[in-house]
Write a protein that binds this ligand. Sequence first.
Ligand code: ATP
Ligand code: ZN
Length: 304
Amino acid sequence: MQTTLHPTPARVFMNPTPMTPPLRLALQKSGRLSEASVRLIEACGIRFSRANHRLRALTDNFPLELLYLRDDDIPGYVADGVADAGIVGENVVAEKRKPVATLERLGFARCRLSIALPRSDAYEGLGDLHGRHIATSYPNLLSDFLAEHDIEASIHEISGSVEIAPSIGLADAVCDLVSSGSTLLSNGLKEVETIFRSEALLIAHPGLAPDRTAILDALRFRIRSVLQAQSFKYILLNAPNDALDRVTEILPGMKSPTVMPLAEEGWSSVHSVVNENDFWEVIESLRAAGAQGILVVPIEKMIL
Ligand code: ATP
Ligand code: ZN
């Protein structure tokens, strides 16, 4: 048996020294990042109170203190060392331009920063942005984009509800975050240029002391195990022995697939892992190769 996937029990992390204060991790207090950030920490086997009226929470089985902040403040607090690390959108990190280290891309809160115009305006290309008055909460990212493309337009910085700016006469374009595009549509706007793509990041104070780095490394190890598990599925199937070479070629697994004989002569059971990205292609190739009784199950943690 070569494919071994043991679920990891939530173990108490051994603090480097008993006097080491917990690692301070900043999360968004309430908003689009909050729920997924909290779920990620919980999936790492770390227990804490979820009462969200609190500004900070200590965890019971890992040396971590959670600070709940506005997302805009997270890069600054991490850069200043008030928090050792944080979970925040890449868009905010890029906009704030604070000196922080990006440690992990977390794969959630995916969105894009786009320029949108009133639906009735003609748009044929970047030239149609000249002379516009663009409302945004991302003046730095927008001015970089405009400068890079030699577009002369003015930027009107507003901190929220950017999408209503054209309808109240405050601007004639917006540069705002979009995920499905439905907010733009319902405000009579159309997306014309994407200037930045974003997802949640784990960031940290650059040059953390070794005791902080040790805790952060342990947290990163758990986060990676959780993220890996989310992008893979465990797959079990039956195959006639004469199809095994082809099946094991399709399913390379973490090392190589586990192959076990079935009670029925001439058949084997094959266990492996498959990446979510090429999942359906793999399933189709397996069926074409003669695989039957294919079962696919989620993986809770994946330790590489
Ligand atoms: P805060 O009160 O913390 O300042 P906020 O209103 O600025 O919150 P949210 O709308 O909660 O921020 O968005 C937080 C982050 O979620 C964004 O910075 C971005 O990284 C991500 N995000 C994902 N999809 C979207 C979307 N469709 N619109 C806005 N943000 C999105
Ligand atoms: Zn914000």
